[in-house]
Design a protein around this ligand. Structure first.
Ligand SMILES: Nc1ncnc2c1ncn2[C@@H]1O[C@H](COP(=O)(O)OP(=O)(O)OP(=O)(O)O)[C@@H](O)[C@H]1O
Length: 442
């Protein structure tokens, strides 16, 4: 049975999620505090963390970074309000597996939990996951998309190291998998490593391996990701997060095409192509002395930029249609497309989480939609009403109302619109619940 650590300070929410997940066969440790969560994590084998962003003793992001020092490879799902989408984006940069927004839809939560548990852990060998079938990768038809594809086709057959730049969720990993698939290494491993999830202490051993007894806890000799990628391609995501010592080791591996396991004196020849990605300004990090200049130029033999979705309006609906087809198939629903007003809102919205956000919005809308076309009612209010997603632009009162509406909606969904139960879980009487439902048109 898989063990989930749930960190949520809203106790009614926490209870609903815990009960729901336990009904679906998971064991859930629930707590409302970071401190307690870290204690549980030390004591128990945890397969997945689900954490709220706002917690009484810090934020979900703080929990993630403290947890990373304990165990760098447990996937994390962050729960946020849609108004906090930029926080979700930041969480993805820090190596979160996924974010989900309130009000939580139970089916969406379950899908995300299952995806997180079945996906290879972020730092594990994901070889044989040449899982982007030619059909899944969308090239796009805008001028920029065609140019991007030309660059990919041009560089793929060479053995140049490629640096892929772009905001979070713009498709950098997809691009790197495509480069691998179009290269002569395509029959060999593709190993994706999220440097954002590597703690300073573990990075060296994760990348290069270690010998038994090399350090406390090294109970077995272990191959690192470079060995796993032998003959193939290694994708180093969030390369800007790699600590300085690992940068030095990586540079050596690149220059000499040799690695050495931690604790070993023996060198191993490696033949691995390196694709690296970052959503930070790496050149600025070089200027600030945080990233080695020599490594930067080694990695950047060719660079490719993935554009933000707001600058790819010509391709947006192509992606949307594809994501809808995928969701419909997964959910066994017959969804035919999007209503005109949805398309208009999609084209106006700024999509700070880029393609990942679009995919998640469509997945959620597909779950909620009762008709054959996605309608405004199935979209987050920030998109359907084109409310700005800058939290600062909402007054405190408006923000509180958005939160309250989300909470009531979620509880109603969770109780299948049982008003007595909903009122009970929310700690209000039925009359107040009815009044609020009327106020928020629920
Ligand atoms: N070319 C594409 N065709 C189809 N779907 C895509 C494409 N690019 C990205 N996606 C979708 O967007 C999601 C995010 O893409 P990806 O993980 O490659 O982004 P990323 O830039 O590497 O993100 P991060 O910076 O957070 O690591 C994918 O899971 C996929 O669903």
């Amino acid at each position: 049975m898989k063990h989930i650590l749930l960190v949520e300070d809203d106790l009614s929410y926490s209870r609903i999620i815990k009960t729901f997940l336990e009904k679906n066969g998971f064991h859930v440790f629930a707590t409302d505090q970071i401190k307690e969560a870290l204690l549980i994590a030390k004591r128990e084998e945890i397969d997945l963390i689900i954490t709220d962003f706002r917690l009484p003793d810090g934020t979900g992001l703080e929990l993630m970074s403290q947890y990373k020092a304990l165990n760098s490879i447990t996937p994390t799902i962050l729960i946020t309000n849609y108004a906090d989408i930029r926080i979700a984006v930041k969480a993805m940069k820090m190596g979160a597996f996924e974010y989900i927004t309130k009000p939580i839809n139970p089916d969406e939560l379950l899908l995300t939990v299952k995806d997180a548990l079945k996906s290879p852990k972020p730092t594990e060998d994901s070889s044989n996951t040449n899982s982007i079938h030619a059909l899944d990768y969308i090239i796009g038809k805008s001028q920029d998309a065609i140019q991007l594809e030309n660059h990919i086709q041009l560089v793929a057959p060479t053995d140049l190291n490629v640096l892929i730049l772009g905001e979070t969720g713009t498709g950098k990993e997809y691009i790197s998998r495509r480069i691998h698939q179009l290269s002569y290494r395509s029959q060999q491993s593709f190993v994706a490593v999220d440097c954002g999830t590597l703690s300073k202490d573990l990075a060296g051993s994760e990348l290069f391996g270690h010998l038994k007894g090399a350090f406390t806890g090294a109970s077995e000799t272990k191959a690192g990701h470079f060995e796993a990628a032998q003959g193939g391609t290694i994708f180093l995501d969030e390369i800007g997060n790699l600590d300085y010592e690992s940068q030095i080791k990586l540079l050596r591996a690149l220059e000499e095409k040799k690695i050495r396991k931690i604790g070993s004196t023996q060198e191993i020849d490696i033949d691995v192509r390196i694709l690296a990605a970052t959503n930070e300004n790496l050149l600025q990090q070089v200027q600030e002395g945080k990233f080695r200049e020599d490594l930067y130029y080694r990695l950047n033999e060719f660079s490719i930029t993935a554009l933000p979705l707001k600058n790819r309006k010509g391709d947006l609906m192509l992606f949307a249609e594809q994501f809808l087809a995928e969701s419909s198939q997964k959910l066994n629903k017959e969804l035919e497309g999007f209503l005109e007003e949805v398309i208009n809102q999609f084209l106006q919205y700024s999509w700070p989480g880029n393609l990942r956000e679009l995919r998640n919005v469509i997945r959620r809308a597909s779950l909620l939609e009762n008709g054959s076309f996605i309608s405004l009612a199935s979209l987050p209010v920030e998109i359907s009403q084109n409310v700005s997603n800058e939290p600062s632009e909402l007054t405190v009162k408006e923000q509180r109302e958005v939160d309250e509406k989300s909470k009531i909606k979620e509880t109603l969904i969770a109780t299948q619109y049982n008003k007595t139960k909903t009122a009970e879980l929310l700690g209000i009487d039925r009359k107040t619940l009815y009044n609020k439902m009327k106020k928020y048109s629920l």
